[in-house]
Ligand binder design. Sequence first.
Ligand SMILES: Cc1cc2nc3c(=O)[nH]c(=O)nc-3n(C[C@H](O)[C@H](O)[C@H](O)COP(=O)(O)OP(=O)(O)OC[C@H]3O[C@@H](n4cnc5c(N)ncnc54)[C@H](O)[C@@H]3O)c2cc1C
Length: 477
Amino acid sequence: MTEDYEFLTDILDETQVSTTEETLTEHSGDWATLSEWITPEPVEPAVVVYPETTAEVAAVLEAATERDIPVTPYAAGTSLEGNPVPSHGGISMNLTKMNAVLDVRPEDFQIDVEPGVMGPDIVEAAGKHGLFFPPLPSSGDISTIGGMIANAASGMQTVKYGEVADWVLELEVVLADGSVITTGSKAPKTSAGYNLRDLFVGSEGTLGIVTRATLELAGRPAQIRGGRAIFETLDDATAAVTDVVTAGVDVAKIELMDTQSARISNAYTGADLPDTPMVFLEFHADHSIEEEIEFCRSVIESHGPLAFETAGEEEMDKLWEARKELAYALSEYDPDLQPLHAGDVTVPISEYGPTIEYAKTQANETGLLVPCFGHAGDGNVHYAVLVDPEDDAEVERGKEVYAALVDRAIAVGGTATGEHGVGRGKREYLVDEHGEDTVEAMRAIKRALDPTDTLNPGKIFPETTTGERVREHTETT
Ligand SMILES: Cc1cc2nc3c(=O)[nH]c(=O)nc-3n(C[C@H](O)[C@H](O)[C@H](O)COP(=O)(O)OP(=O)(O)OC[C@H]3O[C@@H](n4cnc5c(N)ncnc54)[C@H](O)[C@@H]3O)c2cc1C
């Protein structure tokens, strides 16, 4: 460790500070950066610290800001847009040692947790009281609550229960200068002052470091059932999804897989299913679930499905297998093809079908495979553009398809990213989506809370694609 960083061992125990090559490499990227060939660009921090208390987080931040050293929060590193990559080096602050469930108050449907708590810990602590945390993302088993809050994550159950953001009541946050603030309330609602809590949700560690969160919980539904509908055409499948949502069917999950995704997944699982679009459903209720399923059946059957099956909780995994195995199926599909990084555009529900149609047109015109799937009820289209990494022209065509889908989502009033955040990967779309004035308002907030751009520099803002920090942009404009 260079002299510049020796101050850290005055604040933390030596065991909480690491400069081993293995640790630096591990903190140089996230899931996409370290595992995808297309946007590697890992950046090693100079040092990794493992604080265990809010006071330690505050002391490190205060000292780093005084010395003009960048600090990038790092949790489980499962981001997909380079969000926790320490783009400007400096300190990577790993929050996973702050992993205590502090309190569960079942009578208030609340849980207090430290930021490094993982999804399964919340499931277990809440489950003891017959409660659960509905918005966990699909990566809930491998990611932390701090990372979920910072990335404004959401999961398959958003269509019924909302996003992580909707279940955060109160946050303790350490700002760049080391001050510790609490924002939000343990009351179910508040209108007292600016809603700073929601400002920190989705700020990707650029405004403050979350050191404690009070989350809302829900009662576990007494009845859970699964469903799967198979369609002949994509039009029928997307129209059925839109109708189920707009008719007000009470679904807890509704996921779509297009023909290409079905073919890839069926080949992987060996399932005896047609290679045609499928819709996967889950229903939650405390009573009368069969009535809701019949309502859903009537809507789906008006779109002529080849099959519509339902199952109890025990058999649901089998019904959902094709969807659950899709991520693995995609990665193993063809050794000569690799996916460009994961798309997660999200559009108003009426644009859901047309967006997937557009993706298919792009695929046909370019001769590329673009399997589409995702959290259909939220208008969230996940897509993978598969290309041969050895073929430069094909890679360029793939990037154009990827970008065309983002551009179209924004043009129809949607967003470049429904759940993965901006990180490094989506910065170039921020102005297109929000307009320059809105992005300038975001910069003003960043400068107010973190004038030295200590926290996670090089993320979210478009100018940082050229390597500048937000304050440098301020100085030159
Ligand atoms: C297989 C797979 C499936 C996925 N599925 C989903 C999905 O369904 N829905 C979804 O939304 N996402 C999904 N993701 C993306 C990712 O898992 C989520 O964004 C997750 O919430 C990131 O959490 P993490 O603990 O890994 O955080 P990290 O990746 O380590 O960090 C995420 C961001 O938060 C910041 N940060 C971390 N901790 C703190 C803190 N305490 N305070 C302030 N900032 C902090 C970091 O600087 C970084 O910017 C998936 C990823 C994978 C690999």
